[in-house]
Design a protein around this ligand. Structure first.
Ligand SMILES: [Zn+2]
Ligand SMILES: [Zn+2]
Length: 336
């Protein structure tokens, strides 16, 4: 047991928890305790009852360990202003705040704006407060995971939440993430929401085809089985050719291999018909065109034309597929 004050100061500066080796008198000495909690917040546990009720001492302890809030006096922990300051320092003080205060919206707001998980520690009345949940999920979608059973089983609430922040889908139950109506609603807001849909929906060919009709980008999140299915990709490709970039390489090669030289301009947005003239050459094989030759050109956003023989361009696109997931102009690498 340490009874000498200078020794106590030296020992708690080395390691705050050494406070537990000090005499009862020293554990009630404000300077000794202050030095101890400054070195390690956990030392508050060994401070006298009076000092655990001292706002400055407790604040100092919280600076290095938010869990020290659990060792603050009951009076301080029940003080809304003091508890709010602790939670402002870190939402992780919330589990040590008395449950009666955890029904206070402003306190829970401070905590859940830092991390949606804080809502787990809120009083049931807060977890069931629809307006409050709507407010929090706008920035912290994970809060949706901890809302009340009543709210999470109400499809109207789920739709309203999606409208505020589509990322909440990630925190819905597996059943709701497999609900075609809910997922469709989310995809209308952002195609990236598809990432959070259930595996079952992401592998459902009819559903995915319908979603590709809304936004082709959802195909990125289809299961590998669908992205590697020649039949499915071909069907999806007819809905929107851009889906091809999310298909597997083998499927891309097969599908582009099916494109006839005559239909390049129908297949690719930036490919136009071009009538050859001997003053120009194919920019792939460098052979001059003959007068009136039926060829194609890549029309750049600036309106420039890169001209090619049909077969030259077709083969260049297929050969490029190992390096690019979408068709590119062989001259400027712009998407075709
Ligand atoms: Zn050529
Ligand atoms: Zn080009």
């Amino acid at each position: 047991m340490i009874t000498d004050r200078d020794e106590a100061l030296r020992r708690v500066r080395e390691n705050g928890v050494n406070l537990r080796l000090c005499s009862e008198e020293l554990r009630g000495d404000r300077e000794v305790v202050f030095e101890a909690v400054k070195q390690k917040g956990e030392a508050l546990e060994y401070a006298s009852v009076e000092l655990r009720d001292d706002p400055a001492v407790v604040r100092q302890a919280l600076e290095s360990s938010i869990e020290a809030f659990g060792d603050a006096s009951i009076r301080l922990r029940n003080d809304l202003g003091f508890a709010s300051d602790a939670v402002r320092l870190s939402w992780e003080a919330l589990p040590y705040v008395p449950l009666t205060l955890r029904g206070d919206l402003s306190l829970i707001r401070i905590a859940s704006m830092q991390d949606g998980e804080a809502l787990y520690w809120a009083a049931p009345s807060v977890q069931d407060d629809e307006d409050f949940i709507m407010e929090i999920v706008a920035t912290q979608p994970s809060a949706a995971y901890f809302m009340s059973q009543r709210l999470s089983s109400d499809k109207r609430v789920l739709r309203d939440l999606l409208a505020i922040n589509w990322r909440v889908l990630n925190f819905f139950s597996l059943r709701d993430r497999g609900d075609p109506g809910i997922v469709k609603e989310a995809v209308r807001i952002s195609p990236d929401a598809m990432e959070y849909a259930s595996h079952e929906l992401r592998s459902n060919s009819d559903f995915m085809l319908e979603m590709i009709g809304i936004d082709w980008k959802v195909f990125e999140f289809a299961t590998e089985g669908l992205r590697g299915s020649f039949d499915f990709v071909l069907k999806a490709y007819r809905t929107n050719p851009k889906v091809i970039r999310f298909s597997t390489l083998a499927v891309r090669k097969r599908i582009f291999g099916l494109i006839a030289p005559e239909e390049l301009e129908d297949r690719f947005e930036h490919v136009v018909s071009f009538t050859g003239h001997p003053s120009e050459s194919c920019q792939i094989c460098l052979t001059e065109f003959y007068e009136g030759e039926n060829a194609v050109a890549h029309k750049t956003p600036q309106g420039l034309l890169h001209h090619f023989h049909r077969e030259c361009l077709r083969q260049a696109i297929i050969a490029d597929l190992d390096r690019s997931s979408y068709p590119r102009c062989p001259i400027d690498r712009d998407p075709l």
